[in-house]
Design a protein around this ligand. Structure first.
Ligand code: ATP
Length: 911
């Protein structure tokens, strides 16, 4: 099939075309495209993706680096150092101006590279999370990346799927979609094949499905008419791209911090200038210079870039551990999670179901000799199994047939594809040699709320087959099949079935009930079809817990995180599985128990309940709301179409990468690529680690800036008092020059800070309680730590400065000493911060390297001709001795205050 005239594929009114015209315009038919033709069309029409109109261009990303109040402050400083030349008695300092401009440029470029990489890796993450599509190509059903879908492809749509492209429906079975992303209307829209009038508005085109909408019920097939930017959603500019603010709370906090620092610096400048102007004879030039220096000292130039770098690195690390972060802010929320509400099937269990027990005609058949172990002696079932050929005696055939008929598993090339429960039912039926099904006439779909599914099949005569939760199926039956005869379903027999269900469930089996009946009118009301059925029996399935889950739950517990199981399965099964994975089944509640309780009653019991059974998605939302109302930060997992509200409302909504629906994935914050509960623990651990690293370098960088501001501020004030002659005249009358300060902030500090961002996580990370959710990066403890370090740095640094000035009489020498002292203190102080987390220096080779490089550069500045540019002098051995003394004093005072700080804040959770 080829087509030369691409215009034929660009119709505006696919909805109004007749089916024949549609297929001929698309040069396609119901059997789908060939793989070659699909490749050809892909190169012709492009990939099926929406280009994000809001995506920032590289240029605007670069420009945005300079739109920052702190950068403005630096620009003013550069202009001032140039402008000083125009004041009588001053001379323009070109070197300084050039250096500041260079620093602004370098900083902008560095920030740009970081941001660019971060944006790219977030985009890559989003791509990883992009949905698949099921198409028919080369005459076979295939799963392809939704981006590879082309016009003419026949796509299969199932409940929970994201519609991959705009397509015309060719057949449908109760197909309903949610078109709210397109129309804003969230009421499900029924979709049927057919043709509608040319003027039918988009929202009423029943024969079309659209990209970015989702299938919330039913199934169907559709032929793709438009892809990518040609789709309706591609045409609506305002709805393009991700509208979410991807800025994380960290980044917002850092930005806020920047503003605060800016405000503080401006206040200090005003103060110093006023004091000097009014009370000293300082010349205006010198006053201006102090202002410039203060501005430069206050700006934590490297901070935003280090934050971005750390978050992007963290998100990448999470992917490596199978947790795909869809929204960056979640990295931070993960650190304060204290409850995980998880579903059962597939997350804590392996989702590899095997039918191990049957109950039909009053007796139990055990299909496994070893996997089902009951306490005490051999069970009745095991005895039956021991009898040899009892495995599939004729009385179980109707039960197995029902499991195979009422089933949507796809079997091609001997491979089973579909839901694990249904695969298990199909497999056991195949093993028993149940004959293939007749034509399916109707399906009344399964949903978590209905807990049952019914099909009508032409098995010689139309027959309804139902499977579902045993109590639900039992409610719909009035008779029972026993040894080939239909009998009345007496209360005694119902009780016997309930007892059997209970005994299966006690062994952690998932139990389904089965029923059937002949149907006169397959199109009758669903209620009529699903009534007065003949009960056929029970099938019990084993789905073993994943081996790693018990340990993961124990780890979470020691990290102060409670795990709660909330499953749609039966109470007894839920209790048994809960117990197997280390939860306390005592006090377990069911969905109807939740319904019976008021909000207050639920709040007062929720802390003691580890297991919830027979819950619907609405119950999950209620559990979530109750936990959040009682102050918890909650991770919630979900995989169904109806789980979207719970996933959106949870602090961290978690969907599954392998199992589960596109709808759930799109509503989630994080996707577990391996569907495994243990990955949630890993992600939390990672989130906590990232938070700690951010806290470490924020503490490190901000305390340096605060220290420098104090050094300059107090130094100038003290200097004007102690050495009035020196500190009132020349442009040299500074404690530290702007160039030196920029050097410290950008070279000496930034490299080690970046290495701190990549710090390995501390060992005791998961032995601490979670961080309170309202606690930012700078909590009281960090604030006190920043302030004390800044004060100590100022006190010891100025001590050395004035001592040197007194001893040598050289301002240049005193400045060189103070400069080197601050750099040395900075480099060693990193380890002081890390030692609070019990981390030895060698645990981070990057850090060792960064410190080494910074130290070498410092020596180069002092002892090579570079010192001329920086206006410093080489230090003598004796002067290094003074630095050592100053450092010991700093360290002792620091350790003392840190101990005090620990004692005061030890009761608090986070470091
Ligand atoms: P979890 O919530 O932990 O994933 P679940 O799969 O049991 O557990 P639901 O999908 O809400 O939860 O199913 C609820 C109940 O409906 C199941 O316990 C089972 O009895 C019944 N059920 C599940 N799948 C089907 C199906 N395909 N057809 C008929 N009944 C089903």
């Amino acid at each position: 099939m080829t087509h030369d005239d691409s215009d034929t594929l660009r119709s505006e009114s696919w909805h109004a075309t007749s089916t024949d015209e549609l297929f001929s315009a698309l040069a396609a038919d119901e059997t789908g495209l060939s793989a070659d033709e699909a490749t050809h069309r892909l190169s012709e029409y492009g990939t099926n993706d929406i280009h994000d109109a809001k995506r920032e261009s590289a240029l605007s990303l670069l420009v945005s680096q300079f739109r920052d109040p702190l950068i403005y402050l630096l620009v003013v400083a550069a202009l001032l150092s140039l402008g000083v030349g125009f004041i009588p008695g001053g001379e323009p300092n070109y070197t300084e101006t050039a250096f500041i401009v260079l620093i602004i440029g370098a900083n902008g470029l560095f920030g740009f590279i970081q941001d660019y990489q971060a944006t790219r890796s977030i985009e890559a993450l989003r791509e990883l999370a992009s949905p698949d599509a099921t198409v028919r190509r080369d005459g076979r059903k295939q799963i392809v990346d939704a981006e590879q879908v082309v016009p003419g492809d026949v796509v299969y749509l199932e409940q929970g799927d994201a519609v991959p492209a705009d397509a015309r429906v060719i057949d449908a079975e109760e197909l309903r979609t949610n078109e709210s992303p397109l129309t804003g209307e969230s009421t499900p829209v029924e979709k049927t094949p057919g043709t509608v009038g040319e003027d039918t508005p988009l929202a009423e085109r029943r024969n079309m499905v659209y990209k970015n909408t989702t299938v919330i019920k039913g199934r169907g097939r559709a032929v793709v008419v438009d892809t990518g930017m040609e789709t309706e959603v591609g045409g609506i500019a305002s709805q393009l791209g991700e509208t979410d603010d991807q800025r994380t709370p960290f980044q917002a906090e850092v930005e806020h911090l920047g503003k605060q620092i800016g405000g503080l610096v401006v206040t200090l400048i005003v103060l110093v200038v006023t004091v000097q102007f009014l009370f000293t004879a300082t010349e205006p030039v010198a006053i201006l210079l102090v202002g410039i220096t203060l501005a430069v000292a206050g700006v934590p130039e490297g901070l935003p870039a280090v934050v971005t770098f750390t978050l992007a690195l963290g998100a990448r690390e999470m992917v490596a551990r199978n947790a795909l972060v869809r929204r960056l802010p979640v990295v931070e929320s993960l650190g304060s999670v204290d409850v995980i509400v998880t579903d059962k099937t597939g997350t804590v269990t392996e989702n590899r179901m095997t039918v191990t027990r049957l109950y039909a005609s009053g007796s139990v058949v055990d299909l496994s000799d070893s996997s089902v172990q009951s306490e005490g002696g051999p069970t009745e079932n095991q005895q039956i199994a021991a009898n040899g050929n009892e495995r599939f005696r004729p009385t179980v055939a109707p039960l197995l047939r029902c499991g195979a008929r009422c089933n949507n598993v796809d079997r091609t090339d001997g491979e089973y594809r579909g839901e694990p429960t249904e695969i298990a039912l199909q497999r056991v039926a195949d093993e028993a040699g149940i004959e293939p099904t007749g034509e399916r006439l109707r399906e009344i779909q399964f949903s978590s709320e209905r807990k049952r599914m019914t099909v009508v099949v032409d098995d010689g005569e139309p027959t309804a087959y139902m499977k579902g939760a045993p109590e639900t199926v039992l409610d719909r039956c009035d008779s029972i099949l026993e040894d080939g005869d239909v009998h009345e379903l007496t209360e005694d027999k119902r009780q016997e079935i309930r007892d059997r269900t209970e005994s299966f469930a006690e062994d952690a089996l998932r139990v389904l009930g089965f029923a059937s009946k002949g149907v006169d009118d397959p199109s009758a009301d669903a209620d009529q079809i699903e009534d007065e059925l003949v009960f056929l029996g029970l099938q019990g399935m084993l789905d073993p817990p994943r081996t790693e889950v018990e340990a993961a739950i124990a780890d979470c517990q020691s990290a102060g995180i409670r795990t709660v199981l909330a499953t749609g399965d039966n109470l007894t099964t839920a209790e048994a599985v809960g117990e197997q994975i280390g939860l306390d089944p005592a006090g377990a509640l069911t969905g109807s128990d939740i319904d019976d309780r008021s909000d207050d009653q639920l709040e007062s019991t929720i802390e003691d309940v580890d297991v919830f059974a027979r819950v619907t998605p609405e119950h999950k939302v209620r559990i979530l709301n109750t936990l959040q109302d009682t102050g918890h930060t909650v991770v919630m997992t979900g995989d169904g179409v109806n789980d979207a509200p719970a996933l959106t409302q949870a602090d961290v909504g978690v969907a599954m990468g392998q199992r589960g629906t596109d709808v759930a994935r799109q509503a989630s914050d994080m996707v577990l690529q391996d569907d495994n509960f243990a990955t949630i623990r890993d992600a939390i651990q990672e989130g906590r680690g990232i938070f700690e690293n951010v806290r470490k370098f924020v503490n490190y960088l901000v305390s340096t800036n605060t220290g420098e501001v104090l050094v300059v501020f107090l130094g100038v004030l003290l200097g004007s008092l102690l050495f009035p002659a020196r500190f009132s005249g020349t442009s040299q009358a500074l404690i530290l020059t702007p160039i030196l300060i920029l050097w410290i902030n950008l070279v000496a500090d930034t490299l080690p800070a970046l290495a701190l961002g990549a710090d390995p996580h501390a060992a005791g990370l998961m032995n601490r309680p979670p961080r309170p959710s309202d606690e930012g990066v700078i909590n009281t403890r960090v604030f006190v730590s920043i302030l004390t370090i800044a004060i100590l740095l100022a006190v010891t640094g100025l001590g050395i400065f004035f001592y040197a000035l007194e001893q040598t009489g050289s301002l240049l020498r005193a400045q060189s000493l103070l400069f080197t002292f601050i750099v040395v203190v900075e480099l060693i102080r990193i380890q002081v911060i890390r030692s609070r987390y019990d981390q030895p220096l060698r645990s981070n080779p990057w850090l060792v390297g960064a410190i080494g490089i910074s130290l070498l550069i410092q020596l180069a500045v002092l002892y090579t001709p570079l010192h001329g540019f920086f206006q410093v002098v080489p230090l003598s051995l004796v002067e290094w001795g003074w630095i050592a003394v100053g450092f010991v004093v700093f360290l002792l005072l620091n350790v003392f205050i840190a101990r005090l700080n620990t004692r005061i804040f030890d009761s608090r959770s986070s470091k």
